[in-house]
Design a protein around this ligand. Structure first.
Ligand code: URA
Length: 439
């Protein structure tokens, strides 16, 4: 086989065979296919697309390119979740303890922040001593002993995707539906889940900015999972405004703990209950309906069993539980300042993207790979789109450690929230749900 023949076939709108896709991934991973040739193929895929069969083949080939985790000897059934990334999206910190408390073990690998979106692993590392690097044996032991483990991505999970993603990032080929779907799903399949819940974000703070393209991405990923024998649910959720109130590493840990104690913001709490209910409903248990799964999830917040699971996970992974028991011991910002509403009105717009970028500017995210992060900084948004706000009410509170950055973010955020004289409809939490089960 020759890479040029494969590139030309796709360039001319042809369909690649399973053998050609496998050959490409194997030879790109081993270094026989050069980056410039892989870039040309990605660009051809960007313009000509792929069939469902080609996308599934590409996903499976990338999933096989490195370690494949087998959890079957430690947990009877593994359910995983994935969020396509957002602002204030601390959902995993709440959902996974809920699911574990309801009897479904969770062994999850999560990522670090990307661009303006925060990552679960960075957030958990706001807790002193919390470990996220484990050998496969330790990872499995924690899953078995605690029923809940949350770790960073193993170095050799889907290495073909890692290399291709870095290439796409610098060749204008990130936003190709077949390439995004296969990239996300290759990592999920390699991580060993039997069932997968996908939270596909849609809106100004997300990758997909309209419902139609989010629905197409969700449908494609559900199809890939079903073709690989997994039960799938994909929800399309709103990311026009931040989720919950807090965006920033330790601030989000604090909000997650409050939510686990039943005192979280209403939108974020309901979002978590819905995601958890889908995960519980996919698992083999007696929660036969989505409503029963939702009620069980809600109960685990009321009886504090989800909170206890979270606490046990922090302890089991070496974290300082005194910071969980007393959130004022989490890293704090030294400068706190609010931006008041200039006049009365209904909140009509509040860009999640701008809030996410402000958090990164304060030091709560990375401008380039490997940058250190400041755990204490972030932004609190006090209102949701549709709320009526009085002049002088705080719109945002900025948590900063650097006076110059505080001043810059104050300026950038003052034009981010728009207040309208006429009433504004609140935004829905979810726009659609797509399901698929293998036959
Ligand atoms: N996240 C991924 O893992 N891959 C993509 O291509 C896009 C988002």
């Amino acid at each position: 086989m020759h890479i040029t023949d494969i590139i030309i076939r796709k360039r001319d709108g042809g369909e690649l065979s399973t053998q050609e896709i496998n050959w490409f991934i194997e030879n790109y991973t081993s270094g026989q296919v050069a980056d410039y040739q892989a870039s040309a193929l990605c660009m051809a895929i960007f313009f000509k697309g792929m069939t469902r069969r080609e996308i599934s083949d590409l996903t499976l080939a990338m999933a096989r390119s490195g370690d494949q985790i087998d959890l079957s000897d430690v947990v009877p059934f593994a359910v995983d979740k994935h969020s396509s990334g957002g602002v204030g999206d601390k959902t995993s910190l709440v959902v996974l303890p809920i699911v574990a408390a309801c009897g479904v073990p969770v062994a999850k690998m999560s990522g670090r922040g990307l661009g303006h979106t925060g990552g679960t692993i960075d957030k958990l590392e706001a807790i002193s001593g919390f470990r996220t690097e484990f050998t496969p044996e330790e990872f499995k032991r924690l899953a078995h002993e605690n029923g809940l483990v949350l770790a960073g991505q193993s170095g050799d999970l889907a290495p073909a995707d890692k290399a291709l993603y870095a290439l796409r990032d610098v060749t204008g080929t990130v936003d190709s539906l077949p390439l995004i779907a296969s990239s996300i799903m290759s990592k999920k399949l390699a991580a060993g889940a039997d069932a997968i819940v996908l939270d596909v974000k849609m809106g100004k703070g997300a990758f997909m900015t309209d419902v139609e393209s989010a629905r197409e991405l969700a449908r494609t990923m559900v199809d890939i999972g079903v073709d690989a024998g997994r039960s799938m649910v994909a929800m399309i959720s709103d990311m026009n405004q931040p989720l919950g109130k807090m965006a920033g590493l330790a601030l989000e840990v604090r909000e997650a703990i409050e939510t686990l104690q039943g005192e979280g913001p209403a939108d974020f709490t309901e979002h978590c209950l819905v995601v958890a209910a889908h995960m519980l409903h996919l698992a083999p248990n007696d929660l036969d309906t989505f409503e029963a799964a939702h009620a069980a999830a809600e109960h685990s917040l009321h009886d504090q069993s989800a909170y206890s699971r979270f606490r046990r996970m922090i302890e089991g992974q070496g974290g300082d539980v005194t910071q969980v028991d007393d959130v004022s011991r989490l890293p704090q910002a030294s400068l706190i300042e609010s931006i008041p509403a200039p006049h009365d009105g209904y909140l009509a717009e509040l860009s999640a993207l701008e809030v996410g970028l402000a958090v990164v500017h304060l030091g709560g995210g990375r401008e380039k790979k490997g940058d250190p992060v400041d755990y204490g900084v972030g932004i609190e948004t006090h209102h949701k789109i549709g709320d009526h706000v009085q002049a002088g009410d705080p719109l945002f509170t900025i948590y900063a450690n650097d006076p110059a950055k505080l001043a810059e973010v104050k300026t950038s955020l003052s034009s981010v929230a728009h207040l309208s004289k006429s009433s504004v409809e609140p935004l829905p939490l979810f726009y659609d749900t797509i399901t698929g089960r293998p036959t």
